[in-house]
Design a protein around this ligand. Structure first.
Ligand code: FES
Length: 151
């Protein structure tokens, strides 16, 4: 079975934006999908509560790379709390959709951003509602990043 991807997905897959890493990031998050084994890492530079730079590294499928790329574009220059409510659905919509069997790939992008923001909050002793990150633990059982779930 071959999948049909939108032009935007193909564009972001073949020319991903913001690939790389940030040295000494203000927040970094890594998440993975236990089923396919794909891994996504997001680095954030945050100044005065604004995301001034974001980079990613994704070891994964075309949809994972395209959604990582689009997610970084969507949060660049945004306040942290706005980035925190970015949903995988919004990322997929910005890419003009994903094939239904590939929607789970976009979840990785949402979670990688959230995980990096949580790291920023933790590093800076910023208080937050644990419920904001409740989803992270549910999908985060295979790569051993033990600080994702807090009691
Ligand atoms: Fe693993 Fe797409 S198949 S993220």
């Amino acid at each position: 079975m071959s999948l049909t991807y939108s032009d935007k997905v193909m564009d972001h897959f073949t020319r991903p934006r913001n690939v790389g890493e940030i040295i000494n990031p203000d927040g970094v998050g890594e998440v993975g999908n236990a089923q396919c084994g794909d891994i996504m890492k997001v680095y954030l530079r945050i100044e005065n509560n604004i995301i001034t730079d974001v980079k990613f590294k994704t070891f994964g499928c075309a949809s994972a790379i395209a959604t990582s790329s689009m997610a970084t574009e969507l949060i660049m220059g945004k306040p942290v709390d706005e980035a925190l409510v970015l949903t995988n659905k919004a990322v997929a919509e910005a890419l003009d959709g994903l094939p239904p069997v590939k929607m789970h790939c976009s979840v990785l992008a949402e979670e990688a951003v959230k995980s990096a923001i949580k790291d920023y909050y933790d590093k800076n002793a910023i208080l937050y509602d644990l419920a904001l990150f409740a989803d992270l633990g549910a999908h985060d059982d295979h790569h051993g990043n033990g600080d994702i779930v807090e009691e």
